[in-house]
Design a protein around this ligand. Structure first.
Ligand SMILES: Cc1cc2nc3c(=O)[nH]c(=O)nc-3n(C[C@H](O)[C@H](O)[C@H](O)COP(=O)(O)OP(=O)(O)OC[C@H]3O[C@@H](n4cnc5c(N)ncnc54)[C@H](O)[C@@H]3O)c2cc1C
Length: 329
């Protein structure tokens, strides 16, 4: 392997369940490339997995070089601990300056393991990063009530980046993939996966949907979600929900949007019977267009929606559905 310039910025490429590159990693790679440009340093991707080739090849469309480490143990073990150990060993060997990863479950695990093994600090859940002799990291904390800006006091560190905070954009030219080995024993206890059950709703990943139709407590019960699902289907979108609807057992947690659910950034967010509480808002406020249907003109969502339809959703939603179906012929 060719030597890696010290001071480089690394991006950890996560594998999606089908072996492709996770969407969050395309966003993190775009950010890391921009920062490396500002810093005048190298940007390099690292993909570690049972079969890293497809994801590494995809990551190479965002950054000029990608190290692909084959790690069979991730096939039936929780990936984060193993990937974190391999990444820490690579960091020890190659000495990059900063490592960027996603702020999802795997990225958080990886950041924690790398921090523990390397003694590096971590800045978590970045919503924006600038460069001034190092990353200047903007983080949204306390459910979006406070925005902090932080820098490392050392010349190295790990940053986890919140999903949907950065618009992914491939590089002008595709880079190279370099198969790499890391011959260090895995010393930390492993977590073996004994069963995998596909989550209900996983067929329509809401983090990646361009259109989301979401239902809240105003939907009134599980049957109320029928019209939400029909509208989502008619619009070619995915179904989302508030925590109130999830806690009531009307819809699986996989569809929850907000502080303790998913962060989404669709082109259109259609909110039905949702009040717009801060904990929900932080998960969907960056949607390009927010349309709310609410019978209460003073609902908080009216303050940040682009369009509010004041009315009973059980009248408005079926009328909208009928109009969409009529238009589709
Ligand atoms: C630590 C913490 C974390 C949280 N995390 C999340 C999170 O991740 N996601 C999340 O969503 N919430 C979260 N919450 C909960 C959040 O505070 C709100 O309670 C929740 O978002 C409210 O959901 P809702 O809008 O569906 O319900 P409500 O606030 O009860 O609003 C229902 C709305 O429906 C309208 N409505 C009722 N009937 C109709 C009708 N027939 N037609 C039209 N409109 C109608 C009402 O006017 C009202 O505005 C969290 C709370 C805490 C404390």
């Amino acid at each position: 392997m060719a030597g890696t310039a010290s001071g480089a910025i690394w991006v950890h490429g996560e594998l999606a369940p089908d072996g492709s590159l996770a969407k969050i990693s395309t966003e993190v790679a775009t950010l890391a490339r921009t920062l490396a440009g500002a810093a005048g340093t190298e940007v390099l991707g690292v993909v570690i997995g049972a079969d890293p080739t497809a994801a590494a090849t995809e990551l190479a469309t965002f950054v000029p070089r990608v190290l692909a480490v084959t790690e069979p143990a991730t096939a039936d073990h929780a990936a984060g601990t193993i990937v974190g150990q391999r990444l820490a060993a690579l960091i020890e060997r190659e000495k990059p300056a900063f490592v960027f990863t996603g702020a999802g479950p795997e990225g958080r695990d990886v950041a924690g393991v790398v921090s523990a093994l390397s003694g590096w600090g971590v800045l978590v859940n970045a919503v924006g990063v600038a460069w001034e002799d190092g990353p200047v990291v903007t983080m949204s904390v306390f459910g979006g009530k406070l925005t902090t800006t932080s820098q490392f006091t050392t010349d190295h560190g790990i940053v986890t980046v919140r999903p949907n905070a950065i618009a992914a954009a491939p590089a002008e030219a595709a880079g190279s993939v370099e198969p790499t080995t890391v011959d260090v024993p895995l010393s930390l206890p492993q977590v073996k996966v004994v069963d995998r059950v596909e989550e209900a709703g996983a067929a329509a990943p809401i983090e990646e949907a361009r259109i989301i139709v979401a239902g809240g407590r105003g939907i009134g019960g599980p049957d109320g979600f029928t019209v939400v699902e029909e509208l989502a289907e008619a619009l070619g979108g995915a179904v989302g929900a508030t925590r109130a609807a999830v806690d009531a057992g009307w819809i699986p947690y996989a569809q929850q949007i907000g502080q303790t659910g998913k962060i989404v950034k669709p082109a259109l967010y259609l909110a039905l019977g949702i009040s717009g509480a801060i904990q929900h808002k932080v998960g969907m406020q960056t949607a390009s267009t927010i349309v709310a249907v609410n019978r209460d003109p003073d609902a908080p969502i009216a303050d940040f929606a682009d369009l509010v339809v004041i009315g009973d959703l059980f009248e408005v939603a079926p009328a909208l559905l009928a109009a969409l179906r009529a238009r589709a012929g």
